[in-house]
Each structure stands twice: as C-alpha cells, then as structure tokens.
Ligand binder design. Structure first.
Ligand code: IPD
Ligand code: CA
Ligand code: CA
Length: 253
C-alpha cells in the first residue's frame, strides 16, 4: 500500500510540475478564493487510476471528485494541496494522500514535487523524509518557536476566521508563517522545520495524513477541543509536545 501511495504521489507530482509553468485555466469553487485548476483535476485522475489498479475494492474520498465505494480501507486524496500558491506560481504545494483502515489513519504520503521531498509515515513505523527518519524539533517554549497557521476561504463572512487567534499568537512567538499548504505545514512540523501549527475549517484530506506523520515523528496532535482527529474533525493543533500545549492554551483563551 505504501508503494502504491508513493507511485500515485510521484505520478501526480509529475502532472503538477508539467502544469506549473504553463498557462492555467482557473475556476472558483466555494468562494472566489477557493480555486481549482486543470492540474488539480488531472493529478487526481492519475492518483485514482494508480490506486484502482492495485486496490480496486478500496473506498475513496477525493477532494475534486468526491466519495466512492465502501471498504475497510479508505484513501483520502488531495491531488494538489496549495492550489492558491500553485495558481500564482508560488512554489509551495504538494500532493497529499492518506489511507484509513476502518477509522484510523495507517499510512500517509506527502510529496513536494518541486523540491523532490517525499514525506512518508506508517502507523507504528515512524516518519521519514526521502527515506531518512524525521523527528519534531526539541522546541520547548513558544517564545523560541516558529509556527504556522492558515485562514479559511470564507474568511470575509465567517466570524471564526482565525484573525483573533492570530493576533493573540503573533506577539508571543518568533514568527507565524502562512505557508498555504496544510499538508506541508504538518510535514514541516514532523521534520522540525517549524515547531507547531494550528488551523480551523480544514477538510480531512488536508491534514489527517499529516496528523499521523506528526505523531509518528514524536509530536502531539488534536482538534481544537484537545480530542483525537477523525474524519469528522475540521480543526487541528499540532506541534512538539510542549508547543502543542501552549498553542492550544492560547487558541482556547
Ligand atoms: C488549502 C490549503 C491551505 C489551507 C486551506 C486548504 P487546497 O487546500 O491546505 O493551506 O489554509 O484551508 O483548503 O484548497 O489548496 O487543497
Ligand atoms: Ca487541501
Ligand atoms: Ca486541493
């Protein structure tokens, strides 16, 4: 299953790199900030065909084409996480795939095709970047941290748009990054490039695979209520064990 996930992610990554420098047709979805391009659609088609070739009975939950099938195994597919960046030529985006067995994430692959960085994790087996074991940073205190967040597409109308939390957090840390790819935010927590991350209003394909990656790398992850993340969860807090606790405290103030 890991081999299939890696092949699907790499094949999709090739699609994204090919479209990255070309003129794109860009459409909007839920709001005029929520974009989809032909690269999202084609990368998803490639991923689904790779999965179907090896596991035709597995269920799929895919961002662009929806849910199909019933099985103990369900693939979560985000063919292009960071579409806004991609559409502007900003080089921060990835392919994000996760596999659930019943309701637990057992495998996660996050692939950044521009940097050729392949993040992988399997439950109980640790987390890896290009085959090398990764760990969260040893950051203990928010004052010494760089953390990341994001803001929902409906932030102009949704009162829970994360601006209040952002205002509380910014004076307390060395920096808050808005990278524009939730999956890479989680992968970067896992490999210690940032020390924590929080975001509201996500979809499971954005971050659930990343949640496995962070825990397998020694970090802590939950929703904003401090509970385990599930397919129904829409928010996430992740970090080194100490930074996770401090972010959660500030979010919940
Ligand atoms: C988005 C990115 C972004 C996050 C949004 C997501 P998309 O995914 O992960 O960082 O802030 O909430 O929807 O739309 O580029 O796949
Ligand atoms: Ca996404
Ligand atoms: Ca996407």
């Amino acid at each position: 299953m890991l081999k299939t996930a890696i092949k699907a992610a790499r094949d999709a990554g090739q699609v994204l790199t090919r479209y990255y420098t070309s003129k794109l047709t860009i459409k909007t979805k839920s709001t005029d900030r929520d974009l989809v391009t032909e690269a999202d659609i084609e990368a998803e088609r490639v991923i689904l065909s790779v999965i179907a070739a090896s596991f035709p009975d597995h269920a799929i939950v895919a961002e662009e084409s929806g849910s199909t099938g019933h099985s103990a195994y369900t693939w979560l597919v985000d063919p292009l996480d960071g579409t806004n960046n991609f559409a502007h030529g900003h080089p921060v985006f990835c392919v994000a795939l996760a596999l659930l067995h019943l309701d637990k994430v057992v495998l996660s692959v996050i692939f950044d095709p521009l940097r050729d960085e392949l993040f992988t994790a399997e439950k109980g087996q640790g987390a890896f970047l290009n085959g090398e074991s990764i760990r969260v940073s040893d950051c203990q205190d928010l004052t010494a941290s760089i953390i990341a967040t994001g803001f929902p597409y409906d932030r102009a109308t949704n009162p829970q748009n994360n601006l209040a939390e952002f205002n509380r957090m910014m004076p307390l840390v060395q920096g808050v990054r808005r990278c524009g790819s939730a999956a890479l935010d989680m992968a970067y927590v896992a490999c210690g490039r940032i020390d924590g991350y929080w975001e509201h209003h996500l979809n499971p394909w954005d971050y659930l695979g990343g949640a496995l990656m962070v825990t397998e790398a020694g970090g802590t992850v939950s929703n904003m209520q401090g509970e385990a993340c599930t397919l129904e969860t829409r928010s996430v807090v992740a970090g080194t064990p100490r930074i996770y606790t401090q972010i959660l405290d500030i979010i919940r103030q």
